[in-house]
Design a binder for this molecule. Structure first.
Ligand code: APR
Length: 248
């Protein structure tokens, strides 16, 4: 369809000419790999679970086994998933043109890393990583992997709980991650936002930051998002359909 091709062709030419590209991805990036998004009606996780209950420290302390089991199920899904054509397009691009792409993701899966973007800036942590809920009262500085197995695992000496290494609602982002992401957005010639509703800040603010820095901002999403106003162009399509045409 000509109208769909124009923004894609123009954007692919801008990407080819750019020396600094920042890409921000959200759950829609992994949807075609079979990992549920959070807010898509019906299939979205939050339509089936209460985020305050499952993705918060209070929720975890209130029912550690429920939250641990929910993340264990999601971890299984991540391990079984494969990077899709969108992930692979970004991984191949980073290989062909080292140093041009800064990839920033809200996703806690490891599909970008498995596709070749090892230096992806993870704004919301890593679902496959474990960490202690708090400093151990016993003073031992054990690795969470040395915990006594359980749902969740516990410190054998003080009972401290192991939790997933993700950022929960109300928690600070990983040290330095947001600053690195904002630096890349400000410096970008092209800012591409893929598969995010733009519902969660500060990640959602990166598109406007890039625009203020002079970047050409494009959004790839089959639906409208809350940050469409920051874009110069909206490309209606999915990550696996569009990214290979932009970065191929
Ligand atoms: N390709 C591209 N985009 C897609 C696809 C696809 N195949 N499928 C769905 N989308 C879009 C949806 O239209 C929606 O705009 O992906 C977006 C997913 O939005 P959310 O489910 O809100 O996910 P995300 O924006 O990443 O959520 C941000 O919220 O719950 C917290 O920490 C969690 O990182 C997450 C943050």
């Amino acid at each position: 369809m000509a109208e769909l091709d124009d923004p894609v062709r123009d954007l692919s030419e801008r990407i080819a000419a750019a020396t600094r590209i920042c890409v921000l991805t959200g759950a829609g990036m992994s949807a075609e790999s079979g990992i549920a998004t959070f807010r898509d009606a019906l299939t979205g996780l939050w339509s089936r679970f209460d985020p305050a209950q499952l993705a918060s420290e209070e929720g975890f302390r209130a029912d550690p086994q429920l939250v641990w089991d929910w993340y264990a199920e999601r971890r299984e899904g991540v391990r079984a998933a494969q990077p899709n054509a969108g992930h692979l397009a970004l991984g191949d691009f980073a290989k062909r043109r080292p140093g041009v792409l800064t990839l920033v993701s809200q996703n806690v899966d490891d599909l970008h890393q498995r596709a070749g973007n090892a230096d992806t800036i993870r704004l919301h942590g890593d679902i496959l990583a474990d960490r202690w809920l708090e400093p151990c009262r016993c003073g031992r500085r054990r690795d969470p992997h040395e915990a006594t197995p359980g749902r969740p695992p516990r410190c054998p000496d003080c009972g401290n709980l192991v939790r997933p290494g993700v950022v929960w609602f109300g928690e600070a982002l990983p040290e330095g991650a947001l600053e690195a992401a904002e630096r890349a957005a400000r410096a970008a010639d092209v800012m591409l936002v893929v598969g995010t509703s733009g519902a969660v800040w500060p990640a959602a603010g990166l598109a406007a930051t890039a625009r203020r820095g002079g970047a050409f901002v494009a959004i790839v999403n089959p639906h409208a998002s809350e940050i469409d106003g920051a874009a110069h162009v909206l490309v209606p399509g999915t990550a696996a359909q569009v990214l290979p045409r932009l970065f191929g």
